[in-house]
Design a protein around this ligand. Structure first.
Ligand code: MSP
Length: 643
């Protein structure tokens, strides 16, 4: 039986980080888990390489789009290899075979009457190459503030509106089509509110898959990207997918557009979409401007890939947002892996080596431990099938604690010194019970901790490879008395917090710098004089700018924008100034209120997201880094001029 699952295909205009690793690790876990259930599980991931953003990123890097994509897609592949992820297909949207499948999907939709040519009129920013959906004629671009233009473009449209009932019917008939429940409800209300037709081609982009016979039309990136799930396994009899694993921000594309495209083309629908939550850094969104993006490589180098996998699966409730921090990572590692599993393994194996010359003894069944172990097998399988990874792992750790307690109660170190006739048998049974429980725990954890489980498995000298273990025949009693254990080596050495965090942070800087080079961003040189391209000016030019000391009286995040902050700033005039600035990713409302800032008071007013900004706040930043507001160390009255 096959089980086909996918991750999103990642954009190549950013380098891989632990957010991407999170989804891909879970996908790898599920592939391994399904294989242990006997499925022929196949995993597709890949890279999403078309569109203006990539075109532009390549240009910035001084590369052709092709060269640029090769480099970043290669970096994603390399990261997955380093993490030991079992990926069957790494599909790139720039592969010619993928293009054919996209073109074929379009033809099918067109043949079935779901595609028509129409024209799109809207506001467009020619600097950013972006449609500004909510803008009216005359509005500025919310990103760059420059005026948008009204353009009319001829596009091919997909009749999404024809699928409202069919989609609602699908969600009804297959209640687990979209999981978890909260996401399902969001999608249902979105579809109930009515669907408008979707433009699925563009004529203003060159870096895309051409629509056959319809130059200069190329496909809209999402029509192109979603089709990867099919193109990756073309001719392999794997479609429909059993599972699309995604992050919560792309639910609409997967749960609305994608099934509609497939229905229109008369193709089978994926069976399930599971949208997980966001991985935050110390409860904050990870972002380039905050400079808090965490990469997996430093963690792998210092703690191993299994430590990262365990943390992500145990600490984050799958489906909800979760927070990453180095402290929590190391805390979990030490308590659960070093003290928990690692300690159980080394203690059990060492006793067998010391008290029984390394030979697994004959035993009587200890019912409590044996039946708890069998229940744990069932509990883990049930939890993992329901995507409840942390719950499944908790059950395994209940077993580990129970075995620890059992060892203390049996006290093999006392039994070994007792001279009554039953002591050797009791000692043997105690050791066997601990070792057999360890074997079961190790097998259960193989999908989560592949590298470490393999090591413990080898120390138990199990004759069959761990990959061959199936849940079906994982039962108490599989460990054979008489078997001689292998060489004992600690699997999870304790990690000291401070040096480990320092090392990871240091590596983080290194890895980020390497990735910046890959993305073609040069490290900022320290400018000794005015950078080339900015002419020297006289004092009279400088004085044209009316720079004033202001105090922020009130601030609020602008709705529908991550970047913009709406503020009222007192600059010593009768009325406070309304100022909208792109600082919301760097400052919270509470950081701003009452703060002294520098305002350019005589700037032409401009409208941002419908709010007229009357002046500009002065901030410094490095490259695309987060803005840092200019301010004062001494007392200075509001309204004072900077000269
Ligand atoms: N290219 C599209 C997806 C097309 S799928 C046909 C895209 N790419 S992306 O590079 O932005 O990747 C988004 C996905 O990466 C998320 O859906 C999620 O799986 C993963 N994550 C990226 N950052 C993440 C976090 N901070 N936390 C959790 N997952 C995140 O969207």
């Amino acid at each position: 039986m096959k089980y086909y699952l996918t991750t999103p295909i990642y954009y190549v205009n950013a380098a891989p980080h632990i957010g991407h690793a999170y989804t891909t690790i879970v996908a790898d876990l599920l592939r391994r888990f399904r294989r242990m259930q006997g499925y022929e599980a196949v995993l597709t991931t890949g890279s999403d390489e078309h569109g203006v953003n990539v075109e532009r990123a390549a240009e910035r890097a001084g590369k052709t789009p092709r060269e640029f994509c090769d480099a970043i897609a290669g970096e994603f592949e390399r990261q997955w290899r380093l993490l030991g992820l079992q990926i069957d297909h790494f599909q790139r949207t720039t592969s010619p075979q993928h293009a054919r499948v996209v073109q074929d999907l379009f033809e099918r939709c067109r043949k079935n009457g779901y595609v028509y040519k129409g024209s799109y009129t809207g506001q467009y920013c020619i600097f950013d190459n972006l449609y500004v959906n909510e803008a009216k004629p005359g509005d500025p671009c919310p990103d760059c503030g420059r005026p948008t233009e009204t353009i009319t473009e001829e596009n091919f449209f997909f009749k999404l509106s024809a699928f409202q009932e069919k989609l609602l019917d699908l969600y009804e008939r297959q209640p687990d089509f979209i999981q978890p429940e909260t996401r399902r409800n969001e999608v249902i209300s979105f579809v109930k509110a009515g669907l408008t037709d979707l433009s699925i081609t563009r004529t203003n982009i060159k870096w895309g898959i051409p629509v056959v016979g319809e130059a200069p039309h190329v496909f809209y990136v999402w029509f192109d990207a979603l089709t990867t799930y099919m193109s990756a396994v073309e001719g392999e009899n794997l479609w429909p997918a059993d599972l699309h694993l995604i992050g919560k921000e792309i639910v609409r594309f997967h749960a609305v557009y994608w099934p509609a495209f497939l229905m229109a083309a008369g193709l089978d629908l994926p069976k399930r979409i599971f949208a997980h939550g966001w991985l935050l850094f110390e409860n904050d969104k990870m972002s380039k401007s905050r400079g808090n993006i965490v990469r997996s490589e430093p963690i792998r180098q210092v703690m191993g890939a299994d430590a990262l996998r365990y943390f992500l699966l145990r600490e984050v409730v799958f489906g909800q947002d979760g927070s990453f921090s180095y402290d929590a990572l190391i805390g979990r590692y030490n308590s659960d892996l070093a003290n928990g599993l690692g300690n159980l393994a080394s203690r059990t194996l060492t006793m067998i080596s010391q008290y029984r010359q390394g030979v697994i003894p004959e035993a009587d069944r200890h019912e409590a431990v044996a039946s708890l172990a069998e229940q744990t097998i069932a509990a883990l399988v049930t939890s993992f099938e329901a995507f409840e990874f942390s719950k499944g792992l908790e059950a395994v750790w209940v077993l580990i604690s129970a075995v620890d307690k059992f060892i203390v109660e049996m006290a093999p170190w006392k039994l070994v010194r007792q001279s009554d006739a039953s002591a050797p048998r009791q000692l043997g049974s105690a050791l066997y019970t601990a070792a057999e429980a360890l074997r079961i725990v190790t097998a259960l954890l193989a999908p989560v901790l592949p590298e470490s489980s393999r090591k413990i498995w080898a120390q138990l000298s199990m004759p069959e490879p761990i990959d061959a273990v199936r849940f079906d025949n994982l039962k108490w009693g599989g460990l054979q008395p008489g078997q001689k254990i292998g060489e004992i080596k600690g699997v999870f050495p304790r990690i000291e917090l401070k040096p480990a965090v320092d090392k990871m942070r240091e590596l983080e800087l290194q890895v980020t710098a390497e990735q910046q080079v890959l993305l073609g961003k040069k490290p900022e040189p320290a400018p000794a004089e005015a950078p080339a391209g900015i002419a020297k000016i006289g004092i009279e030019d400088f004085l044209k700018a009316d720079l004033r000391v202001g105090r922020v009286l009130w601030a609020e995040n602008v709705k529908g924008s991550d970047k913009l902050m709406h503020m009222k700033v007192d600059i010593g005039e009768a009325e406070p100034r309304t100022i909208v600035a792109g600082i919301a990713e760097a400052y919270r409302v509470a950081d701003l209120v009452n703060r002294l800032v520098v305002i350019v008071a005589n700037l032409q007013p401009r409208k941002l997201k419908g709010i007229e900004s009357n002046g500009m706040i002065v901030a410094a930043s490095v490259n695309d880094g987060k803005p840092v507001l200019a301010g004062f160390h001494e007392d200075i009255p509001v309204g004072a001029r900077l000269k």
